[in-house]
Structure formats: C-alpha cells, structure tokens
Design a protein around this ligand. Structure first.
Ligand code: SAH
Ligand code: SF4
Ligand code: F3S
Length: 459
C-alpha cells in the first residue's frame, strides 16, 4: 500500500519550536496520505521550515531553494513530476510574498501560526499545478489559538521523549531580535488544552516531556474555572497527575525565573536538573542596550538561588558577541561571567543585524573581524567548561532514558539528567529492543567533548 502514499520531505532550521512545528506538519500531512522521506529527490511535497534569527540562517534558505531548483530541473528532464515547494516558518513570516518574487518556484509561503492549514494549501497548489499553473499562496496570519486545536486533534506519535508547546511568541522586544515579529505576541495555551496533549503523550508511551515556549517561564495559561496557571504550578501538576518521569522546559528568560519556579527545582523530582537561561552578555551596559530587563547581578542572584535548592543543576546559556557598542571591556565582563557561572554547555553567536529590529540601525556596529575574534575566544572558554563538566561525570552512576538507536548494533543512546548524550552498549539487537525506552542506571566510563559513554548497571 505504501506505494500509493505521497512523499513529504521537511527540512528544519532554527530552534526547538521549529522542530516541534515540523513534527506537527508531519502529523497533519499523514492525514492527507503523506509519509516522510529522507531526501528531497523523490518528494511530492518539499517543506523548508525556516529560521530568521541570524542572517546566515535566513540566507541558507535561498541557497537551498537554488539546489532544489536544479534537482527539479533534472527530474523534469527525466520525465518526472516537479515537487510542490513550501517555505514555512520565520523567514516566511518575515518576508511573505517577497520570497516568491526572489524564488518564483515557491508554491506556498506560510508562517509559524498558519501551518495547520498546510493540507488545504497543498490541495489547492496541487490542483493549480494539474491545470498547468503555479500557485502563489501566502498565509502569514499571526493568530495562534485555532492552530493548536487542529494540531492536537491530529497528533500521531511513537517516541519516548516529546516536545509540548505551551507558550508561543514574545513581547520582550530585545533590540536585536526578530522573534516578536516572526512569532507574534506572547500567547499561553489554556491549561486544559495542555493537559489533553499531555494525556495523549502519556497514552502513546512518552516518558519525558519538554515544555516549549519562546519564553516558556512566562507561561500564564488559564483553566476553565478562570484560574491562572504559572509554569511552576503546571510542572507540579504534571509531576503529580501524569506518567511523565522527566519534565524539562525551555527557553527561559531570567526576568521570569520566579521564586515559585526556583522552588520547583528543589522539590519536584521529575523536574530535571538542567536549565537553559540565556544572559547574552556579561556587561550591564550591553544587556541594557539589548533591552533585556535584567542586570548581571540579578542574573547571578537567580543562579545562586537555584543552586541553593538544587546544587547539581546544569546551566546552559546563549551569548551574543559584538552587539553594537560592545567594547573590549564589555566583552571581558562576558568572559568573567562565563568563568564564574561554569556552564555545562552554551550557544554563542556573532551579532547579526536583522532587518526591522532597533539595533540594526545603530551606528556603533562592531567590525566583523573583532566579532570573529571574540566569538573564538568565548567558544574556547565554553568548550573548556563543557569538557570539564563532562569529565566530572566519569565514574558516576546516572539515570539515563534510552531513547534512540546508536550507530552500532546493540548500542542505545539516551540523555543524562543533565542533558548529556550517553552512549550505552547493551549487547545485542535483542537487548537493544528490550531496553529501548527504559530509564536505566548507567555507570559513566568515559567522556568526550559532546557526549559520554557508559555501561548498564544491572540490578
Ligand atoms: N527566547 C529566547 C531565545 C530566542 S533566539 C531567549 O530570549 O532566550 C535564540 C538565541 O539566538 C538568542 O538567545 C540569542 O543569543 C541569539 N540571537 C537572537 N537574535 C540574534 C541576532 N540578531 N544576532 C545574533 N544572535 C541572535
Ligand atoms: Fe528574542 Fe528577547 Fe524575546 Fe528572546 S526574549 S525571543 S531574545 S525578543
Ligand atoms: Fe528561528 Fe523562528 Fe526559532 S527565527 S530561532 S525558528 S522562533
């Protein structure tokens, strides 16, 4: 039968919100008879789920479209049918119809809040194609609530870990960032809707959930009785009333790290000891210019408070180097902060001027060779910290959720509580089947820059 099914190829750029969105596109298109294919070569529908956060990410889409055009020409040359091409996500939201002006082969353009309408768009584009034309569909509506209702109904799952989007968008308007424009304003899903999705994940065997939001700790969903739910209350409820063994959440803003949420890290065992808490810079002057609504000392105080209730918490962060006006001294303060916090891992980027954001127009831009040198220095320090964090795991016993096949037969890969990838040889493929999806005790034998290796401890 599978020969009758149409093929869908999705390429995902950007953050976990996009990963979640791509999974949901697979769900909705499964109802239309599409199955996922690993290459664009034989796809009937190609979706590029794009990211607008930095110039490099946005430009990558156009080079990928160029490659797809060559592929299509080759296919048509051999008598094949061209695939439908859709550009979704944050570049689509930001550029809209401009995408089709620059790349006329694109049939559909849709933003992060419109992709639940992908089935209708695809049917329409297909019909126009059959009549010999080319669709020019653009859907960049930013209202969120209808989307989740459609997606929730069409969910299909088989994994042990899952993302669950509970909050979307952002009202914080950091002066460098496109997200408030590409994802729209802050929106928290109602409590009951979140619980419906949580129950479905449990029923499908999911053991670990990651609650997602662009500013997930600003979550303030309402329940039918009119009460408001903070993220802290939601996590407590999920830990008490569902089958999730592990709960994570990302991404958090330092300003919304309330004492109520910090307390959860101290007394909810299912809440994993890992927190992604971006600070962007170690200089008060720069975080102010970024409009970040926090100071370096308030950030450090938050971290101290979390470490008081959960001493082993692993911290992660995001950094931007070369923000307009960043001096050598400002940058040194970032380096000092990094050394002080000791991140388990972190992401760092050169500042990228994004159209439509306030900082893009400023005159005090930092030269690119300076940005590159600062990035290299920062990344070396972050790598050193990550390496030290991984090395410290050797000899310890950790609980690992074995969630995917390793490269070799009989090997499974999972995550430690601290988000480290752990490779475990369980023996043979039969044992691999037996242990897949289990939470097991693993003794860590060795550490690499990005992952650990360990052996099962059999009870
Ligand atoms: N909502 C999240 C992050 C969203 S974007 C938060 O506030 O933490 C992910 C990361 O991309 C940001 O934390 C920032 O470090 C980086 N980023 C965003 N805009 C950028 C830009 N214009 N140039 C370089 N890095 C950027
Ligand atoms: Fe962007 Fe700032 Fe909002 Fe994060 S908090 S999404 S960096 S505007
Ligand atoms: Fe990129 Fe959009 Fe996420 S711009 S980082 S995909 S919210």
């Amino acid at each position: 039968m599978s020969g009758d099914r149409k093929k869908l190829y999705i390429k995902t750029y950007g953050c976990q919100m996009n990963v979640y969105d791509s999974e949901r596109m697979v769900d909705v298109m499964a109802h239309e008879g599409y199955e996922v294919t690993e290459t664009p070569d034989d796809a009937d529908l190609v979706v590029l789920n794009t990211c607008h956060i930095r110039e490099k990410a946005a430009e990558k889409v156009y080079s990928d479209i160029g490659r797809l055009r060559l592929l299509t020409e080759k296919r048509v040359g051999k008598g094949g049918k061209p695939s439908l091409l859709a550009v979704g996500g944050c570049v689509a939201q930001a550029e809209g119809a401009e995408i089709q002006r620059r790349a006329p082969m694109v049939d559909m353009v849709f933003g992060p809040q419109s992709y639940h309408r992908l089935p209708e768009m695809t049917r329409k584009a297909d019909k126009i194609r059959q009549q010999g034309g080319r669709a020019r569909i653009v859907d960049t509506d930013l209202s969120v609530s209808e989307k989740f209702a459609v997606l929730s109904e069409k969910a299909v799952r088989s994994r042990k870990t899952a993302f669950l989007t509970i909050q979307e968008g952002c009202d914080k308007f950091c002066t460098y960032c496109v997200v408030p424009y590409t994802r729209g304003g802050e929106f928290s899903r109602p409590f009951e809707d979140v619980m419906t999705d949580a129950d479905k994940l449990n029923a499908a065997g999911v053991r670990e959930v990651t609650l997602l939001g662009q500013n997930v700790n600003a979550y303030h969903g309402r329940s039918d009785d009119g009460r408001e739910w903070s993220l802290a209350r939601l996590i407590r409820h999920l830990a008490a009333e569902t089958d999730f063994k592990r709960i994570r959440y990302t991404t958090s803003h330092p300003q919304d790290m309330t004492s109520e949420l910090i307390a959860v890290h101290g007394d909810v065992a299912a809440c994993m000891p890992y927190l992604h808490l971006p600070v962007q810079s170690g200089s008060d002057r720069i975080v102010k210019a970024m409009n970040r609504h926090h100071t370096i000392s308030s950030y450090l105080k938050t971290i101290d408070d979390i470490r008081t209730v959960r001493p082993d918490i692993a911290l992660s962060g995001d950094f931007i180097v070369g923000f307009p006006g960043e001096s050598d001294e400002d940058f040194e303060q970032t380096m000092a902060l990094v050394r002080r916090v000791n991140y388990a891992q972190a992401y760092s980027f050169m500042y990228s001027e994004r159209p439509g954001t306030p900082a893009a127009g400023w005159e005090n831009q930092v030269e690119s060779h300076v940005k590159a040198a600062r990035l290299a220095e920062l990344q070396a320090e972050l790598d050193r910290g990550q390496r030290a964090f991984n090395d410290a795991a050797v000899g310890r016993v950790m609980t690992v959720l074995l969630e995917r096949q390793g490269r070799e037969a009989g090997q499974l890969v999972g995550r430690s509580p601290y988000m480290q990838a752990v490779h475990v040889d369980v023996g043979d493929p039969e044992s691999a089947r037996q242990y897949f999806g289990q939470l097991v005790e693993v003794k860590i034998l060795s550490a690499g820059p990005r992952s650990l290796k360990g052996e099962l401890i059999l009870a």
